[in-house]
Write a protein of this length. Structure first.
Length: 231
């Protein structure tokens, strides 16, 4: 658990909880361990802890913002895409324990897995009685992401913007289609296209279907003039 302590700068007392937080369900199945020994229950708890802390940060950082605006920012901040980036950046993803077969397939690099492990560790720290220290660490880690998201909110919120725009024109919504998937299991590339009024208006790639759809929507918004192209 020294690696976890070094990453978060917070002492670990109950190491057993943190081992569970870093254990993928494939490992518990492979070793025939109890279901509670994997990260899924802790992920559920960590998700709630993270949303509480991020909500508190946004509430105080933006005293004049409406509930809806803060909810939009929070949903982006706590998305798998952002959590996975953080998990990989701080080296937490490398600590995930998975079944040998799944590890060879690169499961420790998957966005959903790395995001879940990150949330599970937050849940473990909460159970370990370190909430106040954890709150400060979350603030330290996430403030740069919050600032970047707020500065580029159109990019992150493009799907909603595009839908609002098309509905204002003729009450129809864009249609997203997965065109293809490519690459190895641990590094998939998803290609998505978006159609409006029987015309393909944009196509984009992403590491997940959601990411590809968001990029696709952003490109479509630029093409339709909803978002001005940055020079």
């Amino acid at each position: 658990m020294k690696a976890v302590e070094e990453i978060f700068g917070i002492k670990v007392d109950n190491s057993e909880i943190f081992i569970s937080a870093l254990t993928h369900p494939s490992y518990t199945k492979e070793k025939e361990l109890d279901y509670t020994k994997c990260y899924e229950r802790l992920e559920f708890l960590g998700d709630a802890v993270l949303k509480l802390v991020i909500s508190d940060i946004l509430y105080n950082k933006f005293p004049d913002s409406a509930e809806g605006d803060m909810s939009k920012i929070r949903s982006i901040v706590v998305s798998d895409n952002i959590l996975s980036k953080i998990s990989k950046k701080i080296g937490l993803a490398e600590l995930i324990i998975a079944a040998e077969h799944d590890e060879k397939l690169g499961i420790k690099k998957l966005e959903s897995v790395t995001a879940c492990a990150f949330e599970a560790v937050l849940g473990a720290y909460f159970l370990d009685g370190k909430f106040e220290l954890l709150r400060l660490k979350i603030k330290e880690i996430f403030l740069p992401y919050i600032d970047e998201i707020c500065e580029n909110i159109d990019k992150y919120n493009a799907k909603a913007l595009l839908q609002e725009y098309t509905q204002s024109l003729d009450k129809t919504t864009p249609i997203y289609r997965l065109v293809k998937e490519s690459g190895p299991p641990h590094n998939r590339v998803f290609t998505v296209e978006v159609e409006y009024n029987n015309e393909i208006i944009a196509i984009a790639d992403g590491k997940s279907k959601k990411e590809a759809e968001q990029k696709c929507a952003y490109s479509a918004c630029q093409k339709m003039g909803v978002i001005k192209c940055q020079k």
